[in-house]
Structures are given as C-alpha cells and as structure tokens.
Design a protein around this ligand. Structure first.
Ligand SMILES: [Zn+2]
Length: 265
C-alpha cells in the first residue's frame, strides 16, 4: 500500500519503494509529481513557491531528467526556469499559452513572491501531437491528449506502474472548469475511462488535490461524477448538482462561468 503523509505545506505520497513522490503546493494544492525510474526520472509541473520548488530540486535523483508538462496554466509552469536543464515534453499546444507567464508574473508581483531565477515560459523539446507511446528504459509511457479545460491538456500513463498523472481533470476539490470545450472535455473523460480500464490503472495524480492511490474504483467514480456534471450542464440544467450535493458557495462563480461558456458554444 502507498503512503500519504500531510505536513503544513505538503501532502507527500511515496509508493513502490520510494519511487513516486508528490509535492503539493499550498497554492491551490497544485501537485508536482516526481517518478524515479531505473535510469531516468520524470518530473511533472514543478511549482509554485520558491521554497517548494527548492524542496523538489533537492529530491531529484542523480539521473537524467524528463520534465513533463500536463498543460501550461500559470500555476503549473512557475518552476520551469529552475529545471530547464531537463528534456522537456508537452502537448504541441503548450506553446500557444505563453500569455500564462504574465499571469504568474502578476501573481508574484502582487504577493511579493521573490525568486532566485526569473520566471520563464517552458520550452518544449519533444512535442506530443496525439496519442503516443514512448519507452524509456524499463518504463512505458503513454501520452493521451485530453483537451477540455484547456486545449493543451495531456495525461501521462505509466503502464508498468499502473499510474496516471492526469493534469487538471478528476480533482477531488472541484468539478470540471471548462475554458476550451465542453464536448471535448466529455470525450476526453470517456477516453480516460477507456484507458484506465484497458491498462488496469489504479493510481491517479490530478493537477490539484488528493491523489487516488491503489483504487481503480475511486478513479472510475471520479470520472463518472465529472461526466455526470458535464451532461447536466450540456442539457441546460443550471442548478446542476455535483456528487449529489449543491455547488458549494466558493465554487458558484466557476459554475456560472461554465453555464455561460456552454451557452456560448
Ligand atoms: Zn491547475
């Protein structure tokens, strides 16, 4: 069984002999995932505050680094300049999101966040154009574009480990936020469901909030909950429920944003 420990600023999950670590930012519980393979390591979305980024740096093993972006929303890209020596991978649409760098800069300015290295927008060395399988040493990675929240979202499956690092979908903290396409979001979740079943996935790291460790049933439940919400929205049900409950007060503006977005589509 995997372990999940919580400290003031981080939830910290380690599994399978210490080879997967999740660093959780105290900004929005944004997750940075480090997976150590036999010969290389894989780091997703290192972020956000300088002391959090530093802690991730200290945890890096002395192995070649693959830096993978789930998407380029500003809270996910703030650590790039500290890890730019790695080989970077991401959806080919990442480069279209370069305005996100200004948002990170504006946040840092407003909250007096001081960094040793200036923010930089991620350089993508290896662009993922569609479903792609890549073998790195004894790890088989399967990249699945999952547009919906944004156009550049991408999930990465580790087939031997039965793990998926999913990006901003399937969070326990929030229903789907639609900024790109509700129809594509639905299709992406259906595709996730298909692949979770096909590959026997049991561990999911979402972009924000608690990971699912060792429970395919819980992953499938999150998928069904989000599909259900999207179907309600698309059928014009403005008082949509989420997980059987009314939308909580702090998320009502996001829900209203979704309603407007779907009406405009
Ligand atoms: Zn996010």
């Amino acid at each position: 069984m995997a372990d999940l420990c919580t400290s003031t600023h981080h939830n910290f999950a380690e599994e399978k002999g210490n080879t997967m670590k999740i660093f959780q930012s105290c900004l929005w519980q944004t997750n940075s995932t480090l997976i150590e393979g036999r010969e290389e390591c894989f780091l997703f979305d290192p972020t956000y505050y300088p002391h959090e980024v530093e802690r991730i740096k200290q945890a890096l093993p002395d192995k070649p680094l693959n830096l993978i972006y789930t998407h380029a929303d500003w809270d996910h890209i703030a650590g790039f300049s500290e890890f730019s020596f790695g080989h970077t991978l991401g959806h080919h649409q990442v480069k279209e999101q370069s305005d996100q760098l200004e948002k990170a800069g504006a946040f840092d300015l407003e909250w007096y966040v001081a960094r040793n290295k200036e923010l930089e927008f991620p350089r993508i060395d290896e662009e993922i154009m569609g479903e792609t399988t890549k073998v790195v040493s004894d790890e088989t990675l399967y990249f699945l574009p999952i547009p919906g929240h944004t156009s550049d979202m991408m999930a990465t499956f580790f087939l031997e480990r039965k793990v998926v690092v999913a990006g901003d979908v399937l969070s326990d903290l929030e229903f789907p936020f639609i900024f790109y396409s509700s129809q594509k979001y639905l299709e992406s979740l259906e595709k996730m469901k298909e692949k979770v079943l096909e590959f026997g996935i049991h561990t999911l790291v979402p972009g924000h909030g608690r990971p699912v460790l060792d429970s395919q049933r819980e992953i499938l439940r999150r998928i069904e909950d989000d599909l259900d919400y999207l179907h309600q929205l698309k059928s014009g049900n403005q008082i949509a429920c989420y997980r059987g409950e009314p939308i909580p007060a702090h998320l009502i503006s996001q829900h209203e944003g979704n309603i407007k977005f779907v009406e405009m589509e």
